[in-house]
Design a protein around this ligand. Structure first.
Ligand code: AMP
Ligand code: GLY
Length: 426
């Protein structure tokens, strides 16, 4: 099978590696990819949102399967674009239709979906410019801290958690009337604060059947002990030790099943990954958000734990045959530590040479490229999140130890990483 994968992060390098390992993968292309994917696939210079250009590449390389890594092309409707063209009727596409992608593209839509299918989530109301005054009044009825969410995609920055009522009312006004997050904050969801511990659950669905993939916990803040600005993710572990069988049964019964049944009932064409962001409050799971793709860096610890052939899984997804699959998962733990550019998630420099990658030779350690680029014979930094170092072992503590040992061999100017990934769980 010829496969084209869209994206350029650590998530895509990890998926590409798993596809590459499959005997069913004939030719693998990644657009635009990074220095890691060039080692196992052909990188194609192409914007993931330029559907016409993607269509040309699909024809040229006789692609059978298109896998969409990031959310933006899904929310923009890449699936619907290809479905509408008769030339591509045999193309398998992994990723939901535009209607499905709205579960991530609109927080208001996601909340409506959860309420209509009785999926546990925080109470909320949504507001627009016209209802600003009502929004301020609603904030007065809530207890601090206040959770304000831009309705649309805001690159992971659209959620504000604020202690002080007046500041929250002020921020609401900034979002609704001063375009704080551009078009994304034309509507704002205000919701009840959930006090608990977060984890992510991943599901692969063909729209009717589903497989529950390994769960993971990521570390979002830039600073140790979860301080400082939010990032795309500074590290992750899988499985999550506090997500025991009893808790996961609740997640399956109260959240995963109603979610997939909801997709079926609403006749939403959804063949792809569902990333469910959860808060464990006491022993009960609540949904914080849906994403319509895999997470990054969660993918770096979730996908390597799949023992089943990924090409096979994705083909069955596309053919609505997931009920025939017996998913095999590695019982070992995986951990990943993200090496980032100094200054990230604010301004940072690119083009720094990355040294020591060839010194990491342990069999249970995988160097996963995120923001990297090949420049002549050197690998250089090309983003905020640069490399994820993933390792396996019998438990997450040992996996982390391996990860950190490998990390010490890698260096680039102003490299930074958190040294406390997983420490809160020991
Ligand atoms: P989201 O983009 O919806 O995942 O929100 C970003 C982050 O804000 C989440 O990962 C949580 O840490 C936090 N968050 C979102 N909603 C809530 C909530 N209702 N209560 C507490 N924390 C929340
Ligand atoms: N790690 C969070 C995300 O991928 O959105």
């Amino acid at each position: 099978m010829n496969i084209l994968l869209l994206g350029s992060g650590g998530r895509e390098h990890t998926i590409a590696q798993k596809l590459y390992e499959s005997p069913r993968c004939n030719a693998l292309f990644v657009a635009p990819g990074n220095a890691g994917t060039t080692q196992i696939a052909t990188n194609i210079e192409c914007d993931v949102n330029d559907f016409e250009a993607i269509a040309e590449h699909i024809k040229e390389h006789q692609i059978n399967m298109l896998i969409v890594g990031p959310e933006a092309p899904l929310v923009k409707g890449i699936k619907d674009f290809f479905d509408a063209k008769s030339d591509f009727k045999d193309l398998m596409i992994i990723g939901p239709s535009k209607r499905g992608a709205l579960l991530e593209g609109s927080k208001e839509r996601a909340k409506e979906f959860m309420f209509s299918h009785k999926i546990p989530t925080a109470a909320y109301q949504s507001f627009s410019k016209e209802s600003l005054a009502a929004g301020k009044d609603f904030l007065e009825t809530l207890k601090s801290p206040f959770v304000l969410k831009a309705d649309g995609l805001a690159g992971g920055k659209g959620v504000l958690i604020i202690d002080d009522l007046e500041t929250a009312q002020d921020e609401l006004e900034q979002m609704l009337t001063h375009d704080k997050f551009g078009k994304a904050s034309e509507k704002v969801v205000i919701e009840e604060f959930l006090d608990g511990i977060e984890l992510s659950v991943f599901v692969l669905t063909d729209g009717k059947n589903y497989l529950t993939l390994p769960n993971a916990k990521d570390y979002k803040r830039i600073g140790e002990n979860d301080t400082g600005l939010n990032t795309g993710g500074m590290g992750a572990i899988s499985p999550v030790p506090f997500a025991n069988d009893d808790f996961m049964r609740k997640v399956e019964e109260r959240i995963i099943k109603p979610t997939i049944n909801g997709l079926t009932k609403e006749k939403i064409d959804y063949k792809g990954f569902v990333f469910i962001g959860l808060m464990k409050v006491g022993d009960e799971p609540y949904v914080i958000e849906y994403n319509v793709r895999l997470g990054d860096p969660e993918t770096e610890v979730v996908i390597p734990r799949l023992k089943s052939d990924l090409v096979d899984l994705l083909e069955k997804t596309s053919r609505e045959e997931l009920s025939t699959v017996n998913l095999e998962i590695d019982s070992q733990s995986a951990a990943t530590v993200m090496l980032v550019s100094g200054g990230y998630p604010e301004a940072y420099e690119k083009g720094k040479e990355i040294k020591g990658l060839d010194q990491v030779n342990e069999s249970d350690v995988f160097i996963c490229h995120a923001g990297t680029k090949q420049k002549n014979s050197a690998t250089v930094t090309n983003g905020g999140r640069v490399i994820a170092v993933t390792a396996f072992d019998k438990d997450f503590e040992s996996a982390l130890e391996k990860s950190y040992r490998a990390t010490e061999k890698i260096s680039f100017d102003q490299m930074y990483y958190r040294k406390d990934i997983g420490k809160d769980l020991i």
